[in-house]
Structure formats: C-alpha cells, structure tokens
Design a protein around this ligand. Sequence first.
Ligand code: THU
Length: 160
Amino acid sequence: MKKLDVVASATIYDDVSELPSDIQALMNKAVEARKRAYAPYSKFKVGAALLLENNQIILGNNQESAAYPSGMCAERVAIWKAGSEYPGIRVKQLAITASSTNTKVDRPVGPCGACRQTLSEYEINQKEPIEIYFMGEVGNVVKSESLLSLLPFSFDSTYL
Ligand code: THU
C-alpha cells in the first residue's frame, strides 16, 4: 500500500487586467458569448472562447432546456462546434467566464466534470496541452496549464 499525492498547480491572476493582452482579448470574446447564453432556468450564464491553431476563435455558451437535463454547458457547445467545423484541428487556449442574475459571481468558475472529460479527449488526441483560463464575472482568474491537470485519474480510450 502506498499513498499518492496528486497535485494540481495553477496560476491565479488578481483580475482580468493582469492577464497578457492576447488572453484578455480571448476572455472578452468569452464575455460576449456569455451575454448571449440561453439560461432562463438557472439564470447562470457561461461563455467559452477557444483559440484554435489557425488562430480562429470559436465561441460557445450554455443552452438550457425546459427539460433540464437536455441543456448543455458552454464549454461542450464550444468544443463540439470546433470539432464539427474543423475536425482534428488543435485547440491552443480556452477562456471561460460565468455570471448570474441571482448573485455576483466573483469566484473563478471551472469547467464541470463532464466538460473536463469531454475536453480531455481533444487534448489527448492533439498531443498538446490546452491552456485554460477561468473566472466568474469579476475577480480572480485561474490559469491551468492543461486540461488533464484538472482531471486526475481520468478515463480515456486506452481502457477500451
Ligand atoms: N454550466 C456551464 O455552462 N458550464 C459549466 O462548466 C458549469 C455549468 C451551465 C449549465 C447550466 O446551464 C448552468 O451553467 C447552471 O448549471
């Protein structure tokens, strides 16, 4: 028997103004996407912006449904949009932001477990890390160097 410590490291920026200017621009795109989210039930809007290797930016936002489980997160809307339009293209960076009409979201909002799993498939296939930046509406921004560092002991195709 042995004990294993799994360590996730991240960089914390005080706020968006501390980010490099190209990442600020990507985050601004995520904010634009967030504002267009369809979230009438949760009132929690999420925007995601992906920078592709061809320098194109793909946006996504959460899309809810009266049949609640049929809704979809911003991150998966964005990655599937990228995957469907540009199969096999590499994703360099992902910016995520969230806001709510119920409360001020002043803490970083990381991607949910299902989005981490979905995104990990793309990171593994492209053999290059996807840099992730996530925040609420205001406040700290977290930078993670890769998707897999947010998903220890993850499931992947090698188990199949
Ligand atoms: N949501 C996302 O879009 N991304 C996440 O990573 C977490 C949750 C959405 C789903 C739902 O529309 C709303 O936020 C509340 O859960």
